[in-house]
Design a protein around this ligand. Structure first.
Ligand code: ADP
Ligand code: MG
Length: 699
């Protein structure tokens, strides 16, 4: 059903081809619907009128009711200015326009009552308002709303008189012309239990609120709807996946798992590790394909969980693969695991971009014959030439580096039944975001660190304390510890960044002539990088100067100090990730955040948060609030795009939860939305932009 709302914006009274082009270009408003769903970013209370005698320049937006006594056009033709003396019974003030002088002069009448609205300022000792909005107090539009909506516009639009007021007028025209002909998009079984406002009314109230209550109800309804359909989509995909994909049944725990548990496990599992392993085992026995996200803060022991799950796969005669985002990490996983499974006789191999052809060929053969049980590697794993005999489990470490599409590629490694998938991430994701980003996955959380970990002592230093910081480093290194020094990527140019890092390296050599210093950055060849890392790991160098390439996963327990240079330039999750590189051994560890004096409020908040807490989830929440979800790591790859028009994942977590529950209830009862009462839902779902979640393999 093509709707009235799908009409091109040019046909709206007050628009026309020229304005339509501007609206297309600047605001991506193409249709009536686009305009209607172009929501205000703020509202200003217009219930209160100020008297002119009370107006002063400290006030925010105000309105005064009065009349124009005189006009005066000043300046020359190129730089015209219009001054109006505006008065009420308490006094007078100036209204000033620099643009549209002729138009305004002609449209305003002397000695007629207007409401002038704007932000007061002072010029030559007199209070004035520059570019006030003038309104006839009897105008119909004025009466429709007491909270004035403000819309984002652009400089280009403002120059062409499409300011927030003009957009407000267009909204008014649109609502008039629609005359209530807006089809409801939510069926009664959704609307009624939540007492949601009708769409028609909500759209009117959001642009022209009658009072704060109606605005609140309207906003709630619109945010709910937006989040609800996303959740409905995600949850229905999950249902589809359950329908379509059978999973291998790992029915038994056998020799590998048991022997490992009894003989090899060097410590007691934490309660959280046990809980998560139980959750995973339940999936593996269910006959459905597992798709689980394992979240756990840095150092919470995810690798061990992954290994034990892999052992279950071997016990049931399946192969497993573990994929890491970098070569350093893949090597590290390989070595750690090889050590841990000693005596079990597990056949494992490492496959990365640098694996030699001959060895690679052997690996391929052994994978196909089924001899090889565990393959650890990088992206090289998803190359098409790699084929498994019986791949039962795929583990992906540090999820945020892999896109959804890459995950999907792994699924296809088997014809028929896809392997179980366990995705691990150390970037804690706030629940609200996880529900949306990874809503198609089940989520397990390791919310406990192994015992005995001392919280990392984090401090913030300004430049003037640099000497003390060096002194501290010296003490630590003399006591046998090792130190990371991380430099940010500052400029757009790789060359300059490298210079920045190299300067840092030279400086360290000067300051610490007795110590051996390593350097690692993204432009080095993988082999060189690994060699440097290895030197540091073996304690042959004491200080590691690096870019964020060391952000993920490397494990050097003896390193107890993390110095982050220009810390104000890093995002919160990155700072937390970097800090996680220390605190892995028995020693008290430190994170020193260096910054210049001039830092923004947001940077200050980030550094304060780091100093205050070690809790990754708390940090993730602050991050979400500071940055908004669009910027959080991983969201770009989500395929969702996050072009939310009104809801905000950082702030609307509660509404999201309600939407999620509602979507679950509906789909539990009617997974394919086949019932008559759910027809409307199915219709809107089918109209939604296909997200990346909708992989072709589902069809
Ligand atoms: P992450 O979750 O960041 O990947 P790792 O798996 O690398 O964490 O584990 C961090 C360190 O903690 C490793 O040295 C690992 O051996 C150790 N570890 C894991 N589980 C436990 C446990 N239950 N008790 C003590 N140490 C543990
Ligand atoms: Mg890890």
């Amino acid at each position: 059903m093509p709707e009235y709302l799908d009409q091109e914006i040019t046909y709206l009274p007050g628009v026309g081809p020229k304005r339509a082009e501007l609206l297309n270009k600047e605001l991506r408003i193409f249709s009536f619907r686009d305009l209607l769903y172009y929501f205000p970013y703020k509202y200003i209370d217009r219930t209160k009128f100020h008297r002119i005698a009370e107006v002063n320049a400290n006030q925010a937006y105000i309105q005064v009711k009065g009349k124009v006594r005189t006009f005066e056009v000043l300046g020359d033709r190129r730089k015209q200015r219009l001054n109006a003396v505006f008065y009420d019974e308490t006094g007078s003030m100036e209204l000033v326009w620099f643009k549209g002088v002729k138009y305004i002069r002609e449209s305003l009448k002397l000695e007629q009552t207007y409401v002038a609205f704007g932000k007061p300022s002072v010029f030559n000792g007199r209070v004035n308002i520059i570019h006030p909005e003038m309104e006839d107090e009897h105008s119909e539009q004025f009466k429709t709303g007491v909270l004035q909506a403000f819309y984002n516009t652009t400089e280009t639009l403002k120059k062409r008189f499409l300011n927030t007021r003009a957009i407000n007028k267009l909204q008014f025209n649109l609502l008039q012309s629609l005359g209530g002909k807006i089809y409801e998009t939510l069926p009664p079984q959704v609307k009624e239990p939540l007492k949601l406002m009708a769409l028609n009314e909500a759209l009117k109230q959001v642009h022209f609120p009658e009072n704060t209550r109606s605005l609140h109800n309207a906003t709630f309804r619109l945010k709910f709807e937006e989040l609800f359909y996303i959740q409905l989509k995600i949850v229905s995909l999950k249902h589809k996946r359950y329908d379509v994909f059978k999973g291998f049944v790992f029915s038994q725990v056998g020799f590998n798992f048991n022997k490992f548990y009894e003989d090899n496990l060097p410590f007691e599992l934490t309660g959280a590790q046990k809980k998560v392993i139980r959750e995973i085992r339940k999936d593996l026995g269910s006959g459905k394909q597992m798709n689980r996200l394992l979240q756990g803060d840095v150092g919470s022991g995810k690798t061990l969980v992954a290994l034990m799950v892999a052992l279950i796969a071997f016990d049931n005669g399946y192969q497993a693969s573990l994929m890491a985002p970098t070569e350093i990490l893949a090597i590290q996983h390989f070595n750690t695991i090889r050590k841990m499974v000693q005596g079990l006789g597990i056949n494992m191999a490492l496959l990365t971009g640098s694996t030699k052809t001959k060895e690679r060929k052997l690996i391929h053969e052994q994978l196909e014959s089924g001899e090889l049980q565990l393959l650890v590697g990088t992206h090289a794993l998803i190359e098409d030439t790699v084929n498994f005999k019986k791949l039962g489990l795929v583990i992906i470490d540090e999820q945020h580096r892999f896109g959804v599409a890459q995950r999907a590629k792994l699924w296809k490694k088997n014809t028929g039944v896809p392997p179980h998938v366990l995705v691990m991430t150390a970037t804690p994701i706030p629940r609200t975001l996880a529900m949306t980003l990874y809503g198609d996955l089940d989520v397990s959380v390791i919310d406990e660190l192994p015992p005995g970990r001392k919280p990392i002592d984090t401090r913030h230093f300004f430049e003037n304390r640099r000497k003390q910081v060096y002194g501290f480093i010296r003490k630590q290194v003399d006591a046998g510890r090792q130190v990371y020094m991380v430099y940010p990527l500052i400029s757009e140019s790789e060359k300059l960044d490298l210079k920045n890092l190299e300067d840092g390296y030279e400086l360290m050599k000067e300051v610490f002539p007795r110590y051996k210093i390593s350097m690692v950055h993204g432009r080095m060849k993988p082999a060189e990088k690994d060699a440097e890392m290895q030197l540091f790991k073996e304690g042959k160098t004491q200080i590691m100067v690096a870019t964020t390439v060391i952000e993920v996963g490397v494990d050097v327990p003896n390193a107890s100090v993390m110095v982050i240079e220009s810390a104000e330039r890093f995002g919160l999750s990155q700072l937390h990730q970097l800090r996680g590189r220390v605190g892995r051994g028995a020693e008290q560890s430190f994170c020193l955040l260096m910054s210049s004096y001039k830092i923004s409020n947001e940077s200050r908040k980030r550094l304060e948060t780091m100093v205050r807490t070690n809790d990754g989830f708390e940090i993730a929440e602050v991050d979400l609030q500071l940055r908004g979800p669009g910027d959080l790591e991983g969201t770009q790859q989500s395929g969702l795009g996050f072009d939310l028009k009104i809801a905000n994942l950082g702030k609307d977590g509660e509404i999201l939860r309600i939407a999620r529950d509602m979507a679950n209830d509906i789909l539990d009862e009617d997974p394919r939305l086949e019932q008559e009462k759910n027809k409307l839902l199915l219709y809107h779902l089918s109209k939604m932009k296909n997200t990346e979640f909708n992989w072709s393999i589902i069809s």
